[in-house]
Write a protein that binds this ligand. Sequence first.
Ligand code: GAL
Length: 418
Amino acid sequence: MFGASAAAVARVTLPLLALLPLVQSNDNGLALTPPMGWMAWERFRCDTDCNDDPRNCISEALFRDMADRLSEDGWRELGFEYVIIDDCWMNRTRDRDGKLQPDANRFPSGIPHLAQYVHARGLKLGIYADMGRFTCMGFPGTTLDRITTDAQTFADWGVDYLKFDGCNSNALEQMLGYPLMSRALNATGRPMVFSCSWPVYVGSLPPEVNYTLLGDICHLWRNYYDIQDSWDSVQFLMDWFFNNQDFIQAAAGPGHWNDPDMLIVGNFGLSLDQSRAQMALWSIMAAPLIMSNDLRQLDNAARGILQNKGAIAIDQDALGQQGRRLLKEKSRIEVYWRPLVDSASAVVFLSRRSDMPFLYRTTLGKLGYGAGHYQVYDVFSESKLKTLNSTETFSVSINPSGVVMWHLQPMGRQDPGV
Ligand code: GAL
């Protein structure tokens, strides 16, 4: 399709689309809760220098190390199951049969071997490709005519998850390519999670983005810009997602999720309070919990935040309903809320202040709660608080750029055990 006009692309591809079975690739029982795992990009980028930086370069050793950590340090049991290769794993050219191939120096054992290594540890392997002529970093892309081959290659290799980026393609190619890849993955018969970067490339919002269609063909999708290792970046993303909650919230549900990008907790850019804030707000958003950090050198504080069972349980709640921002107070305190199964709910109080811990006073009634008593569990202090009546004024102390996260259960119902 290189250089082909939009009309020519459509002439070739539209009949093809009609021939393919109308089965939805995301209707395969995968990602019923937001995917969890680890991905290379934010932390390790396109470091291909295995001579000078052997521990951090994009190589099979890096993914083996992360699989070891996920399986030995308690992550897998908490649900962190995908080890995801991002850009820069490929050789600069396809092989003689036109198939993608890994860089032979950095992946000498090949991807099937790596998949076996990951599977042997009870984990799953994700890989990256790009709907376009080249990946974002200039490696071979998946043009429309290559989609079936690449889907089959990934299935043959034992891949369980595909992140399909959209650099170096136009809107028409994307419109054709994403549904085609969804069907091609499905046609391989191997269940694979399909992560689409499509919305990022077409403006992120309706009418340019059809979230209903996305939910039919993708298990998750990157709506907006890449995360970077800073609190500014976390705030920029959370603000976009909550400012646009009326457009995107309804698109999320079991099997189809908005993706505000990776968790950067454990890197260099966030304080502990900001790390709790990212974990809390991603969980309110029902976001995929995909870390990009160095699991070989996480400190205990970062590990504790990422492995917090209460936050994970909220993120992974079976109702699968994405939460919302309820309030932005003049005091620069914000309140976020997410409904959970069995009439439970989660609330996050976020401070945008930069002075001192702020004492915020309110009632559950003011936050929209119906009459009654609620059992409150504080997620990050891991303690049950006193029971609250919806009309009773309470106060919470919220650190600068920090959160307080609560799980609430109406009294008289089963304890969720978080
Ligand atoms: C970007 C994408 C990132 C990463 C990068 C690789 O477009 O959003 O998450 O995959 O490409 O080149």
